[in-house]
Design a protein around this ligand. Structure first.
Ligand code: 5GP
Ligand code: MN
Length: 335
């Protein structure tokens, strides 16, 4: 049932040194799968470099092993040089090589590059890929690797895989939650993971700045398309007024999505002249990855996004609203 490509299995078993990487602004699945795979590989006697472009955000510092993440490019170069060719890279949860971040070109020189991902709109990159859009999370795929290679899963790695899966399934609520997901989670609980511990860190651990930020961001709520489309906005002025950082807005999009009438929720994160990014969440059959693709992004059917350049935020908002309105009217005709 697991279709771990033979080449990936071979390199995981035979290579001595690994550079692990994921997408920029990593979420629980990105970090959880990276940290868990790092542990697993170390347990197999390998050396591992856990690379991230930026330090782990405060929200995820509770994850065991997050303190071992390294952002230093000269340390990375030294690690690769010391491997004397016995090295491989693994990109986790990354649907598109542009999402590797600003050091993409440098990272892509580490070969072979294995790619393990579950994004439906995955744009192929790397040398050996295992991409399975029917998986709830990359964390679930790492669990399959552990089973396939018959290696040990430490309690720290089990905890990180739990965080990965709980994050990407919206706490087991999204349609990507399968019976296999639940069976894997049962195994993780048997290894000692305590759901209330992981979820306490994830969901009951807000700073006051984050709550103030939520107040202001929710105050920007707009409804369109007969209340099927809800948008919220985050601007530098709002961030400044609460002393918060953009990472504090993680998860806010679930509030407009939770409205009864809403089919698509959008969070605009605007960043002055530095452009911005857009997160979309949908329900059921509504495929926002298609809309994200029109704007150069991608993602999953019910969770997608894109980034954009320039400071014409108002035009971007209007263009996306028009695209989503057209999309939602097609959708209701189809019903
Ligand atoms: P989020 O809204 O949490 O930033 O992203 C939700 C999903 O949308 C991610 O898991 C990712 O698949 C996708 N996504 C977000 N931003 C981008 C982007 O700039 N490019 C691509 N290809 N996908 C994105
Ligand atoms: Mn994921």
């Amino acid at each position: 049932m697991t279709v771990l490509p033979e080449k990936i299995r071979f390199h995981l078993e035979e290579t001595g040194c690994f550079v692990l990487m994921t997408h920029l602004h990593p979420d629980g699945d990105a970090l959880g799968s990276l940290l868990a795979l790092a542990d697993v590989l170390e347990g197999m006697g390998k050396q591992v470099f856990r690379y991230l472009e930026e330090p782990v955000s405060d929200l995820y510092r509770f994850m065991p092993g997050s303190e071992l993440v390294c952002t230093d490019l000269s340390d990375l170069a030294d690690f690769v040089a010391a491997a004397h060719g016995d090295v491989a890279a693994v990109a986790l949860d990354c649907g598109d090589d542009d999402r590797l971040g600003r050091e993409k070109d440098r990272l892509l020189t580490i070969k072979p590059l294995m790619v393990i991902d579950h994004h439906r709109g995955h744009r192929k990159f790397g040398d050996f890929c295992w991409v399975d859009p029917d998986r709830s999370s990359t964390g679930e795929m790492i669990y399959e690797i552990v089973e396939e290679l018959q290696v040990n899963l430490t309690s720290a790695a089990a905890f990180n895989l739990y965080v990965a899966i709980v994050t990407d399934t919206g706490s087991f609520r999204y349609e990507n939650t399968t019976s296999r997901t639940m069976r894997i989670v049962a195994e993780l609980l048997d290894l000692g993971v305590r759901p209330e511990e992981a979820c306490g860190h994830l969901y009951d651990n807000y700073s006051l700045q984050r709550l103030r930020l939520m107040e202001q961001v929710l105050a920007t709520l707009e409804l369109h398309a007969g209340e099927q489309l809800a948008t919220i906005r985050l601007t530098p002025a709002i961030l400044d007024s609460c002393g918060a950082s953009a990472g504090d807005a993680e998860g806010f999009i679930n509030y407009p999505r939770s409205l009864r009438t809403v089919k698509v929720a959008v969070l605009f994160k605007e960043n002055g002249d530095a452009g911005g990014s857009v997160s979309m969440r949908a329900k059921g059959e509504c495929d926002v990855a298609q809309v994200a693709a029109l704007f150069g992004g991608g993602g999953h059917r019910n969770a997608a996004g894109f980034r954009y350049e320039g400071n014409n935020h108002a035009k971007l908002r209007a263009d996306l609203q028009a695209a989503l309105q057209a999309f939602l009217s097609q959708d209701s005709e189809a019903e």
